[in-house]
Design a protein around this ligand. Structure first.
Ligand code: PLP
Length: 369
């Protein structure tokens, strides 16, 4: 699905030098590499504050802790996503309220969010699934109308750009009150282990979340709130700082691969190419087909026989996951998500796909359906 070795070979010198510097300085935790990467990511994203943390799941958890939510508060999130989005809500004793998604973009359905708002709702966590932003203009307006926080799960969408109707453009993760991202190795900006970051333009929230990520501590050994221990380590920051200058090229390479896939499958009535959100660019963390007139699982097996990996993101919506079963929800309540779970298939997507590989993948897909 990804080719991180070839990508590494292209920037080996910068990565190796960066890692070597950390080892020689022995500043493994909160070293100058972390501060430098933080500053460069603030410049890249336009976020006033970037808070580096241990991973994307921690980022989401610290964001919700920073908002001071209380057990019983409701947090609305899509049912078609990676589990982390709802996991942290549940871990904090908050109540996850799930909503359906849009068939074309596979992102949160904003009208469904509107219907799910109750007097207990405190926050909305949109997920910019597969690399394009949810419908943020409508969502921010809805949140404002009801006095709700918005925490963007931008783990798959770093670098995606959203343009508002007034012409203003903002990056994924910098539109809501807080944004979260992950540097898991296969993410669009991936490190060589675990990593994540929180974005916010709010000084007070930033100070609170920085303290929470550091044991609730501002002054050393004075703990003002219950916190966690979550940091991006210096070696990972060195890797990320070497890769960040290439992020735009990486996005362009993914978009070229997606355009090749789109063209190859255009007009095929058994395969629906990913629908596009009109206001967002798509950075293609995943290229996800909807297989509607053929057997998805047979196609996947056939591709595997040809040495082509293909993955199902995600096979089970949140409301049907064993750990999250809830009497409020039953099968059939979220028909779009349930249908997507049965028909989605993600093809190889990374920065190193060349024309020969793309031809091999697409011709095999077409021969198998
Ligand atoms: C990857 C991912 C996360 C979690 O990131 P980790 O760094 O693996 O903790 C959360 N949400 C979404 C949508 C993701 O894709």
């Amino acid at each position: 699905m990804v080719d991180l070795q070839t990508q590494y070979q292209r920037i080996k010198q910068d990565i190796d030098t960066g890692i070597q510097e950390v080892i020689e300085s022995a500043a493994f935790i909160k070293g100058p590499k972390v501060a430098a990467f933080q500053e460069h990511l603030e410049q890249y994203t336009g976020a006033k504050h970037v808070i580096p943390v241990g991973n994307g799941t921690d980022a989401l958890q610290i964001a919700l802790m920073g908002l001071g939510l209380k057990p019983g508060d409701e947090v609305i999130t899509p049912t078609f996503t990676f589990i982390a989005t709802a996991e942290v809500v549940a871990l904090l004793g908050l109540t996850p309220v799930v909503v359906d998604v849009d068939w074309e973009t596979m992102n949160m359905d904003i009208e469904a969010v509107r219907r799910a708002i109750t007097p207990h709702t405190k926050a909305i966590v949109p997920v910019h699934l597969f690399g394009q932003c949810a419908e943020m203009e409508a969502l921010m307006a809805l949140a404002k109308e009801h006095g709700l926080y918005v925490v963007e799960d931008a783990c798959q969408a770093i670098g995606a750009k959203y343009t508002f109707s007034n012409g203003e453009t903002r990056q994924a993760g910098t539109i809501g009150h807080i944004g979260c991202t992950s540097f898991f190795p296969s993410k669009n900006l991936g490190c060589y282990g675990d990593g994540g970051a929180i974005f916010t333009n709010d000084d007070e929230l930033a100070a609170r979340m920085r303290a929470i990520a550091n044991h609730g501590m501002v002054v050393r050994y004075h703990h003002d709130s219950v916190g966690v221990n979550s940091r991006l380590d210096s070696i990972q920051a060195a890797v990320l700082d070497a890769k960040l200058p290439h992020l735009d090229e990486y996005i362009a390479a993914r978009q070229r691969a997606a355009a090749y896939y789109d063209a190859a499958f255009a007009g095929n009535d058994k395969l629906l190419v990913p629908g596009r959100q009109s206001r967002s660019t798509h950075v293609f963390h995943q290229y996800t087909l909807r297989v509607v007139g053929a057997d998805r699982d047979k196609l996947r097996e056939g591709l595997a026989e040809k040495g082509i990996p293909a993955m199902i993101y995600y096979p089970i919506p949140l409301h049907q996951q064993k750990a999250y079963l809830d009497p409020r929800y039953k099968d059939g309540d979220f028909p779009v998500a349930e249908r997507l779970a049965e028909c989605v298939l993600s093809l190889p997507m990374h920065t190193e796909l060349d024309e020969e590989q793309l031809h091999y993948i697409t011709s095999n897909v077409l021969a198998l359906i």
